[in-house]
Write a protein that binds this ligand. Sequence first.
Ligand code: NCD
Length: 358
Amino acid sequence: MDNFNNLIDMDDYTVQQWTEIIELAERIKENPGFYTEACRGKIMATLFYEPSTRTQMSFQAAMLRLGGSLIGFDNPNNSSVAKGENLKDTIKIVSTYADILVMRHNQEGSAKAAALSADCPVINAGDGGHLHPTQTLTDLLTLKCELGRLDNLTVGFCGDLKYGRTVHSLVKALSCFPNNKFVLISTSDLALPSYIKDVLKGRGAEFTEVNTIDEAIKNLDMLYMTRIQRERFDSEDEYLKQRDVYRLTKAKMEYARRDMIVMHPLPRVNEIEVAVDDDPRAAYFRQANNGMYVRMALILYTFTKQPKVKPLLTGEIHNDVICTNPKCVTQTEKYLPHSYVNRGGILVCEYCDERILL
Ligand code: NCD
């Protein structure tokens, strides 16, 4: 529902609000003991339709450290989903049991779909290959802690820029700060989706696309490594062609600046050699730890009244137009209004950002 502080995409909050959440996270990190009763009596539901270690457990640990309680599932096959219940009914009911709902789901746009029928705030913990805003808050906090700023950065993104939802959310967010430059390191098959490149262009952010780490690493303030998202490929063969193309090694780190940091949302598969972990520039374990503090801050922020930035749906309803993205939530949750933003004859799906040419 529209009157809650949902976090579906980073633009549900203003840059000023992101800063407030990050600053709150810093205060919590310094003095966690002060917040142990802050959510006493509140219940968080974590509904994880997809695997997760860090996101799920850091949310759960965050709520427990704030004195709150938990309900939920991490295997939808143990819930009525296995009996064929639709998303709407599950969310409708669970959101009356809980005060805040955190959901990860394999379909793009599923978090927005959930928020439409929820009776409590919904936090998107990853909707397919689309967005992952709470990882972005984690990443922004990490940049602030490690480098002291969120602007004037040259950042490299390497690996699966096509299906990597953490990349999508972070690139969009960093383009809101002045003078950030982006180096996009991927094969042509796994390049950043054009709708995100258009966001960069629209905001006047400088970006280059290259296909090796070697040259690019020399000038970076931060290198964001990512896992090739095996589960998002149409076939195993296509995945195998992309697997292990990029690997950050100790030898490659020799070319990086002494003050560059390496980030990774984790889990790592092969893309960072384990020997890199001992390099003080490897920030990914510190980053994962920041995830818990930023989620504590986000939970507290969600429960305070905030000026609403954006309603859930703003576009035109065209129930006769079917979204062309096979992974869009509207493909299976048939009751959803087919809502599109009309950008000069191109309809942009309000759930998954797919563009449809009329
Ligand atoms: C990421 C995700 O789930 O998108 N993990 C995470 O939340 N920390 C990245 C990944 O799975 O590769």
